[in-house]
Design a protein around this ligand. Structure first.
Ligand code: GLY
Length: 573
């Protein structure tokens, strides 16, 4: 990409010289230096302290990063039930200490009897609730198959040792944080409405910080997985209970769907960025890897270091890049097993030069001019990410999800775990937005046994051929832009990894045609400068919840949990 940089940067400087937009004038502040947790022998960064502790103990016992990741995935199903799961799916991107890279797709699939129009009424109207709430919203879960496949290929400790801590945690119970209690309280009505029994998360009068909760049925289910591996979930008692839940709630997943589910090893997206870096990220059915690389390579056309972090110019250019990348996402991306995603073309220098060549520094581009569409809704953003590195440099980057908070909100009676509402990530009706406001097309239409398009972007970055960064975040459509900015914060803005994680983020996604600023991201002069370029501005209290690890030049690991936005915890030794 470098050969195009000079030309475009010259264009950028000329445009900048003629623009009359107000430049951001940030007062020089004395900044407090923040650092992550620094350790030599291993690092676990997750959204929850119980999960981080369980992962750390596995590393201390001599398990590798992949053993610890399996243990963390099961732990999050207990201590972080809004997104941690065994009833959902996710993606692993890995890099072994010897440099081997790969990715594992344990994304949910549409049931065999799913149809393109299953969420439309007779007149073709999209019944939006059906793909979000209740049993019909559930995709065939992939997590347990994913953990079993990961263990078979990459694990070293016995599988039972990795599940056991979570059996104990579910059996003995745990204490809720303020965040947990608040989240449980928000969904009390949904839990009552969508379940046919008193789920453990229901509590009269609501939950408070420090309350204890136990999950005995979940403990039994986890014990079956511990003893039976994937068959302990996709066959036998748990499968019977899951199918019974479907029958009770108008869902369509059958025993055949469960037994047929397979996690898939895929070649990751691997592309160079600048001279020193190599990006390793998730291929379709995630849009994350392709979109992230497009954004980073597009960024090479501009001098972000000179523009400064969260200045008018840098937010404007990021927005213009994102507008184009998300339009591509909506048009071209879907499950590669069903749709011929033009990956090489989308990542080719010719295409990207043309795609980003019309970005003006004088005014925004209208999203409608990039491609037609009309979107309004944006709902809550969930999912969770964890990053792990062990003493041998093995790195696991996993993003895992139920989709919405607590997924479909349906807990399997007798089995104690939540089911996802991942079917909403399909394009139920081309041109209509899903819960993240994302518009889809033919590439992501519903088909039997297809995987729904995702934005999850578990990523590993190498620098000069060595492990450099492990990074990811929850956030639906905002995942890609938050991962992108965290990488840019380090590579272009000179932040350490904790600063990069803490830094306020911005987001735009083609449609809706606006920029979302995390509260506190910029001062008024920047907002005015962006408006002068034609941008519509919106804000959100929070964007992303990064969990990242950076390998320092001396080989030590710096773990940066997003503790300013949640209970996120980095633990190293
Ligand atoms: N369910 C959120 C995602 O996969 O992007």
């Amino acid at each position: 990409m470098k050969r195009f940089t000079f030309l475009l940067f010259t264009f950028f400087l000329l445009a900048l010289a003629t623009t009359n937009c107000r430049m951001s004038e940030k007062p020089v502040e004395k900044k407090e230096v923040v650092r992550g947790v620094i350790a030599k022998n291993g690092m676990v960064v997750t959204a929850n302290p119980y999960a981080s502790e369980i992962g750390l103990q596995i590393l201390k016992k001599g398990g590798n990063a992949f053993d610890a990741a399996i243990a963390v995935q099961f732990a999050l199903a207990v201590c972080y039930p809004r997104a941690g799961n065994i009833g959902g799916g996710g993606f692993l991107v890995y890099r072994k200490g010897d440099g081997e890279v790969g990715s594992l797709d344990f994304r949910e699939k549409a049931p065999k009897s799913a149809t393109k129009d299953m969420y439309l009424d007779k007149e073709g109207n999209y019944l939006t609730d059906l793909s979000k709430r209740g049993a019909l919203a559930v995709g065939v879960p992939g997590t347990v198959a994913g953990m079993a496949a990961m263990h078979e290929k990459l694990g070293t400790l016995p599988f039972a040792d990795l599940v056991n801590p979570s059996v104990d945690l579910a059996q003995n119970g745990l204490q809720l944080s303020e965040y947990d209690a608040g989240r449980f309280n928000t969904y009390q009505e949904d839990f009552a409405e969508l379940n046919r029994f008193e789920i453990p998360l229901l509590k009269e009068g609501g939950w408070s910080k420090g309350d204890s909760i136990k999950y005995p049925n979940l403990a039994t289910t986890l014990a079956l997985i511990r003893d039976g591996g994937r068959d302990g979930f996709y066959k036998g008692k748990t499968a019977d209970l899951l199918v019974a839940e479907m029958k009770a709630g108008n869902g369509i997943i059958t025993h055949e769907d469960l037994e047929a589910y397979q996690a898939v090893w895929r070649d990751p997206v691997v592309e160079n960025y600048q001279e020193d870096y190599r990006i390793i990220s998730m291929p379709p059915p995630s849009s994350g890897g392709i979109a992230l690389v497009q954004l980073l390579e597009g960024s090479e056309f501009f001098d972000f270091t000179a523009m400064g972090h969260n200045s008018v110019e840098s937010i404007h250019v990021m927005t213009e890049l994102q507008r184009r990348v998300y339009a591509d996402r909506s048009t071209y991306l879907g499950d590669m097993d069903f749709y011929d995603v033009p990956m090489d073309w989308l990542l080719g220098a010719d295409y990207l030069t043309k795609r980003f060549g019309d970005i003006s520094m004088k005014q925004k581009t209208n999203s409608q001019d990039i491609k037609e569409g009309k979107v309004e809704v944006i709902e809550s953003v969930e999912t969770t990410h964890f990053s792990i590195v062990d003493k041998d440099g093995n790195a696991a980057s996993i993003t895992t999800t139920l989709n919405g908070n607590f997924g479909s909100k349906v807990m399997v009676k007798g089995a104690g775990f939540f089911l996802n509402n991942e079917m909403d990530d399909f394009s139920a009706k081309p041109g209509e937005p899903n819960m993240f406001g994302l518009v889809g097309a033919e590439a992501n239409k519903i088909e039997p046994e297809k995987r729904m398009l995702s934005s999850m972007t578990p990523t590993i970055v190498e620098k000069n051929g060595e492990l450099f960064m492990v990074v990811g975040t929850p956030g639906g459509a905002t995942i890609i832009t938050c991962v992108y900015q965290t990488i840019m914060n380090v590579t272009a803005h000179g932040m350490n990894i904790q600063e990069a994680v803490n830094a306020k983020k911005t987001h735009s996604q083609w449609l809706p045609d606006n920029i979302i600023l995390e509260e506190g991201a910029v001062d008024d002069s920047v907002v005015e400068g962006l408006k002068a370029l034609g941008h519509e501005i919106d804000s959100r209290p929070s964007l992303g919840r990064m969990e990242a690890i950076l390998r320092l030049p001396d080989g030590r690991l710096e773990g940066a949990a997003d503790y300013t936005r949640g209970d996120d915890t980095a633990l190293g030794f």
